[in-house]
Design a protein around this ligand. Structure first.
Ligand code: UT7
Length: 331
């Protein structure tokens, strides 16, 4: 019997502080009507407190994940963190998370594929299970976007939030779990969505700080156009090549960047809105956190055997889709 990698548990962590549209409208020239109609976002979470990096959220999520699945930390073979806001440029935050949860037998590393990070990491992790090399792999998608957002820039500060989701991947021999994946990247899109300084091209300096080059730079419309096309194309392609009609798909789990992008993808897939996971109104765009947080929020509604399509688009550009059969009944 062939082995698939299946998600066998999902957890999440969201900071307590809620940044509402109303509060944002006191910081920049914006309003609830604009933010809601253009993005679908009502509020987002912010991790407050000094020297609290992304690993703080991830440690909480993974601890709960292990408790819930009855997994001992020493059983974990590998932990992969997808994030654009790691604690440090090096070492990998995945190493820090593994240490804090006591995953003494795991190796661990970070992956950066911007908003597609979770999908990239999930696919990568699944290969270690499918090959038979490992039995338990944890994939975390987490971002503390508030550290790279300029709260004077209305075009970006209304969109992003902080949050983390995590899944446990284990072998499945019943034909459930990840069935297919399709990923793409186009580095020529870099100039439309990136953090200009802090890397080796432009190390931090007084000038980069003065020019606010350590914050997210995004040309919204340019990104929007490509996101709609590419996310919809890979999602439809995933259905086609697996002979899935709209009726066969139980859920679409889209990256939560903009409600209008999600609706466009849903329409191309000819799915009803009731089959689309959505939490953008509560958390905004948590970058690598959006997809696992959706799975966590909707877990109780998921049934063993459900056909689910995950789909994302992000900086890079990166995009992709995963087709999986859910492996357990949600509680
Ligand atoms: O997750 C990774 C990938 N990222 C994405 O997929 C994001 C893709 N892009 C988007 O979601 C949208 O482009 C945004 C939400 C970023 C912007 O929405 P838009 O409908 O594309 O707005 P726009 O940039 O075309 O701006 C329209 C107007 C402008 O005013 P003028 O020039 O028409 O007078 C902006 O200055 O809206 C103005 N504007 C705002 N007004 C009130 C921009 N941001 C705001 C704001 N509040 N927060």
């Amino acid at each position: 019997m062939s082995v698939n990698a299946a998600i066998t548990a999902v957890e999440g962590f969201l900071p307590d502080y809620i940044l509402t549209n109303e509060e944002l409208s006191k910081l920049v020239d914006t309003n609830d009507e604009w933010i809601t109609s253009r993005t679908g976002i009502k509020e987002r979470r912010i991790l407050k407190g000094k020297e609290k990096g992304v690993s703080v959220m991830a440690v909480e999520a993974v601890k709960q994940l292990l408790l819930k699945s009855g997994t001992r930390p020493e059983e974990i073979d590998l932990l992969i963190l997808a994030s654009v806001t790691p604690d440090y440029i090096f070492p990998a935050s995945a190493n820090i998370i593994s240490d804090k949860i006591g995953a003494v037998n795991a190796w661990s590393y970070d992956m950066n594929a911007a908003c597609s990070g979770f999908i990239y990491a999930l696919i990568t992790a699944s290969q270690f299970i499918k090959s038979g090399a490992y039995k338990k792999v944890v994939v975390v998608g987490a971002d503390k976007m508030s550290t790279i957002i300029d709260y004077h820039d209305r075009s970006t500060c209304v969109i992003f939030g902080d949050g983390c989701g995590a899944v446990l991947l284990e072998p499945n021999t019943e034909g459930l779990g990840i069935q297919d994946f399709l990923c793409r990247a186009d580095g020529s899109g870099c100039r439309h969505l990136f953090q200009k300084a802090g890397g080796s091209v432009k190390p931090p300096s007084q000038e980069t700080v003065d020019l606010k080059e350590h914050f997210v730079y995004q040309e919204g419309q340019a990104v929007f156009k490509v996101a709609v096309k590419q996310m919809a194309d890979v999602s439809v392609e995933m259905m086609k090549r697996n002979n899935l009609k709209a009726d066969d798909v139980a859920w679409l789990v889209p990256h939560q960047a903009n409600q209008r992008i999600i609706q466009a993808v849903q329409e191309r897939m000819e799915l009803p809105a009731s089959k689309v996971m959505m939490n953008i109104h509560k958390y905004g765009n948590t970058t690598c956190g959006t997809i696992p947080l959706c799975l966590w929020n909707y877990e109780s509604q998921l049934k063993k055997g459900d056909n689910i399509i995950l789909s994302s688009f992000g900086g890079g550009f990166t995009w992709g889709a995963v087709y999986l059969k859910w492996a357990y009944n949600g509680k």
